[in-house]
Design a protein around this ligand. Structure first.
Ligand code: NUP
Length: 220
């Protein structure tokens, strides 16, 4: 079975529901909404089975500050495997030290290359691309709502892991990002607002598989 879903949990949900989704999920992405609603310890309890079984836990706080502040944030969230930071903050005094710190802890850094909302300005992409090339993160976040920019980012960074949000609730179609170069699709509301999250995630996996079968071999 295809295992290409990173589940974005931005709402409090029942631990038993989450545990029932286990086999369909590659990893979990946690951000401010959940951390602020239930706190760090409750969040750890909620995703306990995923931590225990080595599923990737991605902390999406879109770090965008000076090095010292970002390192302090990361040090308080060591249950995570990976951290997402903005690229626009630049290298010296920010991403250089953050990357070093995360490397020392054997954790992973993802940098945002472009965002999924309409107002994000991709005219700055050449600057962002330069920052990403110099920092050399483990992975990149790139939007499923803008498939051409996703394709460009994949071409510019052929070896990086690309994770892609904007599917379902934001309009992207399930499976499209996988065809345009993403390794994983980040999906939140489509699953956790469904009355039948397990039925929904099974349906999503099926749609992803169908899309991949069609685009495989072709060059979108
Ligand atoms: O460009 C981005 N767009 C985006 O939606 C970068 C992100 N990190 N996200 C996050 O992905 C967003 O904060 C949310 O946690 C998730 C998408 O969730 P949903 O729209 O599927 O509910």
């Amino acid at each position: 079975m295809l295992n290409k879903i990173i589940f974005a949990i931005d709402e409090v949900l029942d631990k038993s529901i989450l545990d029932n989704l286990f086999e369909y999920i590659y990893g979990i992405k946690i951000g401010y909404p959940l951390l602020l609603k239930i706190g760090v310890n409750e969040t750890i309890n909620l995703v306990h089975n995923f931590i225990k079984n080595d599923k990737e836990i991605i902390m999406d706080l879109k770090l965008a500050d000076i090095d010292n502040t970002m390192k302090s944030i990361v040090s308080q969230l060591e249950f995570a495997d990976s951290y997402i930071a903005h690229s626009f903050i630049g290298i010296e005094g920010a991403l250089d030290e953050l990357k070093k710190y995360i490397d020392e802890k054997n954790k992973k850094l993802y940098l945002l290359a472009s965002m999924s909302h309409k107002g994000w300005n991709d005219n700055f992409y050449p600057y962002i691309k330069n920052v990403i090339s110099k920092i050399d993160p483990y992975g990149i976040v790139a939007p499923a709502t803008k498939l051409q920019i996703l394709k460009t980012i994949r071409k510019d960074f052929p070896k990086k892991i690309i994770i892609s949000p904007g599917i379902g609730a934001q309009g992207g179609e399930f499976g499209d990002a996988l065809c345009y170069g993403a390794d994983y699709e980040i999906i939140g509301r489509s699953i956790y607002t469904s009355k039948d999250p397990i039925g929904k995630i099974k349906e999503i996996v099926k749609l992803q598989e169908e899309k991949i079968n069609v685009c495989k071999g072709s060059n979108p």
